[in-house]
Design a protein around this ligand. Structure first.
Ligand SMILES: Cc1cc2nc3c(=O)[nH]c(=O)nc-3n(C[C@H](O)[C@H](O)[C@H](O)COP(=O)(O)OP(=O)(O)OC[C@H]3O[C@@H](n4cnc5c(N)ncnc54)[C@H](O)[C@@H]3O)c2cc1C
Length: 446
């Protein structure tokens, strides 16, 4: 008879799924008995706003349900993972399997756990393993297009096959209740959303920049919690027609690789000269931006959508971020933190990478002198103004083209709407703000 093998632990973090999960596949095939563990880390849990905590709890409940269907339970513990995980590993005499994370907080935490427990790290958070796509000399790509080409050429790893390990059924302290979730969680719902999007992936290039249509995949939330495997998404859309969509996942991997290499991505400009920009300490401007009261309808629609729902369309994220950093000349770090707090899909690497991209300081950023005009952007990407009217009720009765720039409309154009009375005038004038931004950038960059 074979010797019994030592037990294993799968320490779930932001990979809350059983399908296509390398840590889960390895642990359940290499051990006879496996404990599925999640540690509620107060440092992260208490920093998060309600709707995101509620979604995390919902995803944990769904994971627990999937485990129960296989005879086990999700063991939920509270505390500092650097002491809780090694303690449980010692008690169970188990090896810990987890999908490697690369944010500065996670790297430090995981190194501490690895110092006092037997750990095995797998790759489950990105399409290709972090660090696998590099230039021929082994250095990081700083330009996206060649990265994306190399990324696309690299064959995908195989899908991990789960083994037959027995699952332990101790629920620990159980999944805490955290209020009603903003959406249905769990991997099954995530796969259904993905299948639904697949049926319209062909139209992605035509609609991807249209916030009024809002038909992009919305998978960023599932990818954030790991209820969907990025590798499995890429594998399912391997043909040419799906490339414009899959290419976006390459951006996600690109930012992950940048953060793994630059732990300071959230605090420092990747191009150091950009840290010399004389940002303005404009608290009133920042408050107007946060509240969606800048007087620029597309900016206000985006910020109100973000606060009310935790979501904002990519094009509008670019416009609002550009408005903060260029029109108001407010430090991108303030906007980055605000987005990170409010977005349901908040992802430290992707968020910081994109903020730096918009501010001009990041890898492959557009040249700083390209300043988005919020009115022409709105006219192009929300031509009828439907997106603006949805989120800015003061403009509900205002037709295009006035809805994009209500201050320029005559009284009769605004008749029947609350715009004239209730909607703020622009807090900065576009051309003057643009000139001020260009002068500030020029002075810093020489
Ligand atoms: C200032 C700013 C901040 C952002 N912050 C985040 C964030 O915290 N979390 C986040 O997931 N995305 C962020 N993005 C990227 C992008 O806006 C979202 O990923 C996208 O809007 C999510 O919608 P979707 O799933 O329908 O995307 P789709 O258009 O359907 O794209 C598919 C997937 O590709 C990835 N993706 C798409 N665009 C980007 C991008 N520019 N960079 C990296 N990955 C991308 C996402 O995982 C997305 O789910 C940010 C963009 C900007 C400009």
């Amino acid at each position: 008879m074979d010797e019994p093998r030592s037990p294993g632990i799968v320490w779930f973090r932001r990979d809350l799924r059983l399908e296509d999960n390398p840590a889960w596949g390895a642990a359940t095939s290499r051990h006879d008995e496996v404990t599925a563990l999640f540690v509620i880390d107060a440092a992260l849990w208490n920093r998060t706003i309600g709707r995101r905590t509620a979604l995390l709890a919902e995803n944990l409940r769904m994971l627990d349900r999937s485990l129960a269907a296989r005879g086990g339970r999700l063991r939920v513990e509270h505390g500092d993972p650097t002491t809780v995980v090694p303690h449980i590993a010692r008690t169970l005499r188990a090896a810990v399997h987890a999908n490697a994370d690369f944010t500065p907080y996670a790297s430090k935490r995981d190194a501490a756990v690895a110092a006092s427990a037997t750990t095995e790290w797998h790759h489950g958070l990105t399409v290709h393993p972090i660090g696998a796509v590099t230039k021929a000399d082994g250095t990081l790509y700083m330009v996206f297009t060649p990265f994306a080409e190399a990324w696309r050429r690299r064959p995908l790893e195989g899908s991990p096959v789960p083994g037959t390990a027995r699952l332990t059924a101790d629920p620990g302290s159980g999944v805490p209740s955290a209020g009603p979730p903003p959406m249905v969680g769990g991997e099954e719902a995530a796969r259904t959303r993905f299948k639904d999007f697949l049926s319209r992936v062909d139209s992605y290039p035509d609609i991807r920049d249209r916030p009024d249509l809002d038909e992009t995949s919305h998978l960023s939330i599932d990818l954030k919690y790991g209820t969907l495997s990025p590798r499995a998404v890429a594998a399912a859309v391997e043909d040419e027609r799906g490339w414009p969509f899959v290419r976006q996942l390459a951006w996600r991997d690109f930012h992950a690789a940048l953060m793994a290499d630059n732990p300071n991505l959230v605090d420092h400009a990747m191009k150091p000269a950009y840290d010399r920009i004389p940002w303005i300490d404009d608290d009133a401007g920042f408050e107007s931006w946060c509240a969606g009261e800048t007087g620029y309808p597309i900016v206000d629609a985006g910020m109100r959508q973000l606060r009310e729902t935790g979501w904002m369309h990519n094009r509008v994220r670019m416009i609002t971020a550009s408005f903060l950093t260029k029109h108001l000349l407010i430090d991108w770090r303030r906007g980055e933190r605000f987005f990170r707090r409010h977005l349901l899909d908040a992802d430290t690497a992707v968020n910081a990478g994109n903020w730096q991209w918009v501010a001009g300081s990041g890898a492959d950023a557009a040249p700083y002198f390209r300043v988005f005009n919020p009115v022409s952007q709105a006219r192009k990407h929300d031509p009828d103004g439907a997106y603006i009217r949805r989120w800015v009720p003061e403009l509900a009765g205002v037709p295009a083209p006035h809805v994009h720039a209500p201050w320029a409309a005559g009284t009769s154009d605004l008749a029947g709407s609350r715009a004239r009375i209730d909607y703020p005038a622009p807090i900065v004038e576009h051309s003057a703000a643009r000139e001020r931004a260009l002068a500030a950038y020029r002075s810093a960059l020489g």
